[in-house]
Design a protein around this ligand. Sequence first.
Ligand SMILES: Nc1ncnc2c1ncn2[C@@H]1O[C@H](COP(=O)(O)OP(=O)(O)OP(=O)(O)O)[C@@H](O)[C@H]1O
Length: 316
Amino acid sequence: MTPAVHAHDLVKRYDGMDRDAVSGLSFDIEPGAAIGLLGPNGAGKTTLIKMICGATVPTRGAVEVFGADPAAPSGATKRGIGVVHQSGPFDMMLPALDNLRITAAYKGLRWREVRPRVDELLTAFGLDGKVRQLVFTLSGGEMRRLQVIRALLGDPPLLLLDEPSAGLDVGGRLQVWSLLHELRRRHGTTMLWTSHYVEELERNCQRVLVVNHGRLVEFAAPRELADRFGGQVALVRPDSPRDTDGLLAVLGRGRPQLRVTAGDGHVEVRGQATRTRLPALLSDAEALGIGVGPVEYRTPSLEDAFLTLVGAGHDG
Ligand SMILES: Nc1ncnc2c1ncn2[C@@H]1O[C@H](COP(=O)(O)OP(=O)(O)OP(=O)(O)O)[C@@H](O)[C@H]1O
C-alpha cells in the first residue's frame, strides 16, 4: 500500500544556518493513521510539516504524499493537503466567510458544493454568528477554529496540524479533538499532529514521532514510549508542606540519574533508578529532620518519556 507520507533521508538546511533544521528523517505514515509529532522548540517540526505540504523544498532527500511530490509545479498534491499552520495567513480585512471562499477557489472547489459542509463546521465550532465579521475582529480562539475549518475544506485525505489547539480553551480543544476523530472515522483521514500539550498527542494519536535537533529519536505508540522510557515516577510528600524545598534539595542529590521537580506540596522523582535510589535519599532527608509520608508510585506517561528522551529544555 502506498504510504500517506513517505520521507526518505529528508534534510533541510536554511540559508545562513550552521546546522540542519531537519536532519536525515526517514519514516512512513500509513493511510488513515493519526500520528503525533513531538519535539522541543526548534526541533524541526514546522520545517518538516512545510516540506510535507510542499511549502518549502528539501535540501536533500525526498518526501512523497500518496506517492507524489507535494512541491510539484502542478500543485495538485498540495491542494489535497489540509494544513493548520501555527499562525494562519488570513486576509485580516476580509470577513471570515470570504477567507474560506478564497481557499475553496484555490483548492478548485465549487463554493455552492462545499457551502453545506462549511455551514455544518461553522455551527459545530460555534462560529455561525461570526462569518460576516472581519477576521481581525475575531478572538484568538475563534481565529484558530476558523483555521481548522479552512484546513478541512474539501475533506483532504491528509491533514497537517501544527498545534491545532494552541490558544483554545478546554471546551474548544475538546471540540477540535472530537471533530478530528469523526473525520478519521468517516473519511479515513490521515493526520500528522504537533502539539506541546503532550497529553493531547497521548490521547489522540496511535503513534508518535519524537524529534530533537532535527533528528528522529523514536517512532512508536504513546504507551510503548511511556513504558520504555518513562522510568519510575514517585510522588514524595513531606509531613510538613514547609519542608518541600528542603526535600527537593535532598532528593536533588540523586542527580543526574534522577529528575526531581517540585509540585504543590510534593516532590516528583523520575528516572530508571527511582525505586533503588529513593530509600537512601529519604534516609538523608529524615536525618535532616524532614519526615515524609508513604511514597506513591504512578504509571509513567508520554510526558515522562519525552523528558527522558529529549530533556526539558528547548533545542538550542
Ligand atoms: N525560514 C527560516 N530561515 C532560517 N532558519 C529557520 C527558518 N525557519 C526555521 N528556522 C530554524 O530552523 C530550526 C527549526 O525550526 P522549526 O520552526 O522547524 O522548529 P519547531 O520544532 O517547529 O519549533 P517550535 O516548537 O518552536 O515551533 C530552528 O532553529 C529555527 O530557528
